[in-house]
Write a protein that binds this ligand. Sequence first.
Ligand SMILES: Cc1ncc(COP(=O)(O)O)c(C=O)c1O
Length: 376
Amino acid sequence: MMQLFDVYPLQDITIDRAKGAWVWDAEGRKYLDMYGGHAVISIGHTHPHYVKRVTAQLKKIGFYSNSVKMPIQQELAKKLGQLSGKPDYQLFLCNSGAEANENAFKLASFATGRKKVVAFKGAFHGRTSLAVSATDNPKIIAPVNQTDHVIFLPFNDPVALERCFSEQGNEIAAVITEGIQGVGGIYVAGDAFLQKIRGLCDAHGSIFIADSVQCGYGRSGRFFAHDFAGVQADIYSVAKGMGNGFPVAGILIGPHLKPWHGMLGTTFGGNPLACAAALAVLEVIENENLMTNATAIGQYLADELRQLPSIREVRGRGLMIGIDLPDELVSLRKALLMKERVFTGEAKPNVIRLLPSLGITRDEADLFLTKFRELL
Ligand SMILES: Cc1ncc(COP(=O)(O)O)c(C=O)c1O
């Protein structure tokens, strides 16, 4: 019998069905999902509008290739431009976060004719070729992906960035940073740091790539976490929350970056079913004011958590929260899952990541806090 390639350490749980912020296992036990399947569930599991729109699209046509006109792609671009506050940007659709970043790098290199990329300590940008090379985890970089094109600098350090640009600014194609580092442990990029990136990219003709795969799509309370700094990136990469579980991703590309035929391409990217899923997500975010909810519930959770004893630090924005725990509480996350039936995410060495649906209610947040306090 064919076996699965065993790359994931698994929880001994089978999830069978889900609704809103809740999932049920095969034995019918109910869990509060504060993890959202890794920041993917943006509008809540099996949201009725989402199910309806995706089902209707599937009955009509699920797939055709990018060789024909697809009005639903235009519709998605229009809605995304409007909700993200970037109506003059262009949209290229693909299938995953790594692929989005890969296309962003490629575009930056085409546009500048340069090869070097600046990335930061603690960054995660995906597992494909240049995306993994720009990820600060040597363990997952295969020999074939090792390159001297990537320069790693300390995160949130404008001085180091300035020094790097003064030495080799005319070779740098792009600077890439998450607005809030996710896998790295929920560290917010400071306003001054993001403004410095913008300024140096402008001065040296480099491209600012805002990796918004995890922190984007309203999770921080703004559409892009980078928006807090009041600067525009040249390219925003989006994925995870974009399809609420349907694999859809993209890059939003500034109006000054011009395409040519064949520059980028994809088989599956932007298919009608993916667009229907992405449109359903945006419609729900808008109609149910989910960004406002993310701000309010996120602030409430963070404020309450900060009052608890024994926690080292609470970091993040909106519904992207990191609870940094001391070593003696290393088993807390496991206990949350097994005893209290609450899914959360983790970051090394000992950070619990909360990445729930943006539609999570105050009651659900209170329930989480009660369970968390009990365990503490
Ligand atoms: C910030 C960031 N960028 C890129 C990726 C890669 O996305 P994907 O797994 O969809 O390729 C991730 C995934 O965790 C991420 O958190």
